[in-house]
Structure formats: C-alpha cells, structure tokens
Design a protein around this ligand. Sequence first.
Ligand code: TRP
Length: 374
Amino acid sequence: MLRDKSSRIKGGLLLSQNTLHCPIFKFSNQQIIKPKPLLSSQSMDTVVSGIRSTGNLHLGNYFGAVKNFIRMQEINNCFFFIADYHSLTTHPDASLLKKNVRQVLAEYLACGLDPEKSTIYVQSDIPETAELYLLLNMHAYLGELERATTFKEKARKHPDNINAGLLTYPVLMAADILIHKASKVPVGKDQEQHLEMTRQFGNRFNRMYNVNFFPEPVAYNFGEQLVKIPGLDGTGKMGKSEGEGNAIFLADKQDILKKKIMRSVSDSGPTEANSAKPESIKNLFTLLSVVSKSETFNFFEEAYNNCSIRYGDLKKQLAEDMEIFVAPIRTKIEEIAADDQYLNKALEMGKEKAHTSSSKTVKEVRELMGIQYR
Ligand code: TRP
C-alpha cells in the first residue's frame, strides 16, 4: 500500500511519503521532503520558462539556458514546463511526441533541474493554461498577432500550414506566463517580442476589468555572465539547424564527440606572432575555455601567439576534455531516460504542483470576467 503514495499538496506545501526515487540523485523512499518555510517561498519571485519539446539539448543550450535555470531554482519560485502544445503549431507528429517529451524531461533532470526545488511539468498536463489561453484570445487582436516576427517567419517557411495555433502562439505563451503570475521570464532575444506581447495582454486585461491582477513580467537572465557557445562550423553560435556536425549534444557518445570536434573548421595556422584570431579559431578557444583547465587554455594560447600551435593537438585535447565534461551528464541522461517509473513520478509531481497555482489564477480570472452563474 505504502509503495506508491503519491505526493500531495497541502496548503501550498509539498508533503510526500515517497519522494521521487532515482539512483542518481539521493532521493530515498524514506526521505520526507522538508517543506520550505512559507515565508521564504512567498517572498521569492516567480519565474516561468517554457522548454521546446523538440530536439536534444546541446552545449549551447546548456551554457545559455539550463545552467541558469539551475541557479535560478535556488533563489526563485520556478516553473519550468515542456511546451508540447506549442510544438503542435509546427511539428504535429503524434508518433514522436511522447518520446520527445520524455527525452527532453530526462535531459533537463540530468542537468540538474530539481523537481523538488522547481515545478517541472508538461504544458498539456495543466488544462487551466488552455482555458486562460481561450479567455485571453478574446482580447487579442488579429493585427497585433499578424505583426509578430515569429509568425511572419513561420508563415513564410510553412506557407501550407498557417494555422490559427501559429497565429495565436503568443497568446498561449502569455497564458503560460500569466497563469502563474510570473514576474521574471528567462528567454533569449528571439522571444522578447513575445514577452512584450505578454505584458500587453496582461495590462489590457487589467485595464478592461479595472484590476491590478497580472504583474508585468520582465526578461530574466544573468546577462553578461552568459557564455555564447559557438558551433563547430567556424561561424556563429551553436545550433541544431546549422547541420548535424555543428552542435555537440549532451547525449552524444564519445566517438561522435570526437569525430565532430576533429572535423571542426580551423585554418592553416598563424604566420605572425600575436596575431588576432580568425572566428573559427576563436570559437575553438571559447570551447576550450568552458570545458578545459586554464593551464590547457593558456598552453594553446601561448602556442598560438608564438605560431607553434598544431590544431590537430588542440582538437584532440578539446575532444578529451569535452568527453570529461559530457560523460557524467550523458550517463545521467541514459539512466533517467531508462527509468520510466522515475519519469512518471516526476511528471505527476510537477502536474500537482503546477495545478495549485494555475487553478487559483483561472478561478479568479473567471470571476473577474463574470463567468460565475450560480
Ligand atoms: N516560445 C518559447 C521558445 O520558443 C517557448 C515558450 C513557450 C516559453 N511558452 C513560454 C518561454 C513561456 C518562456 C515562457 O523558446
């Protein structure tokens, strides 16, 4: 009987008799999650961020986003969710969805997102988000939705699938954020317009119903501390759309890592002492700077400056250090991805925690809008 008592929310505190068990984190079946003192969680800012449910995490995602999430969850009341509904606007492949969502979840958990510190859930597990989306749609105008850069771009790329979900993508994103009344949203540059629209929708709601209900969410990241991770093709940042060999995935096996790094773009080497580095070489040094020891970095820096550098050696070293960095994360990904029970439990726990705050918001929104007939 005791075997599977699931977590329960009481008065905002999570009490669990059988916490998430996973061989990697030291969750034990006996351990009781100590509720955080109410005061501290109440005084913490609320953070919401959506994670795309397509594709694997790469090194750029890790240093550009995930590492920050892990810091944020220590000092904020964080909600991180997998945006599966959003993926349906462009990738409606029913047969892949389950696998993708579980893989993305496993990867984030492996990196250190902690289901006890943060609320980690799947968007479609919270029907209140869909309800708020519907209600917000009543006050979202065609003109403003058509002007969104992302809409225009996607409509151009997929002219045969300009669906209403795509048009109202920013309304769904606003619902994701407003449902928890978040004040901070960690997003990249490409999402800032959506965040601006979220403020617009929230403020419009406040004005229409003459309330001060939704706070104004602002972009949240640790700014200058972010390292932009370049790709392996010699130009620009790491990304999956730039071709298979450009990105280093956290799930990549050692031989793949090595192959990608050995094939990365470099040149024939400096001919003049202390010359400026071309972009492709700067990129390799940036990668060294995040995974190698500083002595290693300095060694190659000096070799570059006195023109004795051999890029083959640098790449070999980078591949070794990359493996040291990636291996423990990869192992965790594999262990968690294979542990169905753990993943299911994480999903349930997130769903319950997210439901508490989302049902409260929707109830209040319905009241404010007059949807209350008995
Ligand atoms: N649109 C975001 C992206 O493409 C994902 C997302 C959906 C999101 N809902 C969100 C991000 C809410 C922050 C907050 O990356």
